[in-house]
Design a protein around this ligand. Structure first.
Ligand SMILES: Cc1cc2nc3c(=O)[nH]c(=O)nc-3n(C[C@H](O)[C@H](O)[C@H](O)COP(=O)(O)O)c2cc1C
Length: 173
């Protein structure tokens, strides 16, 4: 079986594009077929629970709201025992247009993972961002990779590359 399960939800395609790039970079290190990518739409808890290493990607919409397919997955996610699992989040957002809600969605799912005994990896410095507030921020870190393709798309690729190196290490691969 693949080593890593990568799940994403998207409304306008940005998170999907990012997910594909993350898969490509991880597979560059681990080999083709090492990452299985799934759109979260209509997935069940078992689809996610079979992986010990997870990458979960989501945008934030409408003043801190969840992307619709992820919102529907909450009840599935709450049933997963994350003990022994490592989970890396990446989030898409707009730090200027929604400066008080930047990438908020990550926190909702990060909390579920922690409550159900999983380990979060892939925390990312807030340096270089100009948001006012984010629920996904703890101290000077986001709980996952925050990306803003609306305003800082030139930084997206270097951020992804650095983060993939980071989670590769934190996953213990
Ligand atoms: C109407 C609208 C509401 C949005 N609300 C938020 C928000 O509350 N927080 C945030 O960080 N980004 C917000 N965004 C930005 C999106 O998350 C961003 O464009 C993201 O890249 C979309 O990802 P997707 O294409 O995968 O759906 C919003 C964008 C729009 C157009």
């Amino acid at each position: 079986m693949a080593q890593i399960g990568l799940f994403y939800g998207t409304d306008t395609g940005n998170t999907e594009r990012t997910a594909k790039r993350i898969k490509e970079l991880l597979e560059g290190k681990l080999g083709a077929g090492s990452v299985e990518m799934h759109e979260i739409y209509k997935k069940k808890s078992d689809d996610m629970a079979k992986y010990n290493l997870l990458v979960l990607g989501m945008p934030t919409w409408y003043d801190g709201e969840l992307q619709g397919d992820w919102e529907e997955f909450i009840k599935e996610m709450e049933q997963i025992d994350f003990s022994g699992k490592k989970v890396a989040f990446f989030g898409l957002g707009d730090q200027y247009g929604y400066a008080s809600y930047f990438c908020d969605a990550l926190q909702v799912f990060g909390e579920i993972v922690e409550k159900n005994k999983g380990t979060l990896v892939g925390f990312w410095s807030v340096e270089g961002y100009e948001h006012d507030f984010s629920k996904a921020q703890r101290g000077d870190k986001f709980i996952g990779l925050a990306l803003d393709v609306d305003n800082q798309d030139d930084l997206t690729e270097p951020r992804i590359q650095k983060w993939v190196e980071q989670i590769y290490g934190e996953f213990g691969l």
